[in-house]
Design a protein around this ligand. Structure first.
Ligand code: CUA
Length: 169
């Protein structure tokens, strides 16, 4: 009968419309989750959630126009800031003298692959990604040497990759 044929076509049309809409919704949800992972809205999904208090973006090929061009300790209007560059298989500077009982904001970035940055004997332990800056503020209370190691496997020289903070009284 012609009437039921028409009904069937109408149903098919609605099915197509709702089927299409649900695909669009799933796609939007997918794109939204990926976008927020990339932008860091959910840092726990994008591998964050470490001791770092801040993360900025940086172009690893353009470090010479940033404070990372001269790694080391600098005094700025914000206080003492320490810039450290990680590359396979060194940290620059190799040794840093820092004053005790003074807050220091440390910024670390990588020029090549993912490295780790762990200050032994402290809770400072972060992942250093090329294109990103990990920043955290630390106050060393006890004079003496504090080793910093790379704890993300980064290649053949990984186990030799370290730097050292010498905390001056
Ligand atoms: Cu750098 Cu492991």
């Amino acid at each position: 009968p012609a009437a039921s044929g028409l009904d069937h076509r109408t149903l098919e049309t609605w099915e197509t419309i709702w089927g299409g809409l649900s695909l669009v919704l799933v796609w939007l949800l997918f794109v939204g989750v990926i976008a927020s992972m990339i932008s860091g809205t959910f840092p726990q999904l994008s591998g964050g959630g470490h001791a770092a208090v801040g993360r900025g973006r940086i172009d690893p090929a353009q470090l010479e126009v940033t404070p990372f061009a001269r790694p080391g300790l600098v005094r700025t209007a914000q206080g003492l800031e320490l810039y450290i560059v990680a590359r396979s298989f060194t940290f620059t500077p190799a040794v840093v003298h820092v004053p005790a009982d003074t807050p220091i904001t440390v910024h670390v970035t990588s020029v090549d692959v993912v490295h780790g940055f762990q200050v032994t004997g402290t809770t400072i332990n972060d992942e250093i990604l090329p294109g990103h800056v990990a920043s955290f503020t630390v106050t060393f209370r006890h004079p003496g040497a504090q080793d910093v190691i790379c704890n993300e496997y980064c290649g053949a020289g990984h186990h030799t990759m370290m730097t050292r903070f010498i905390v001056d009284p």
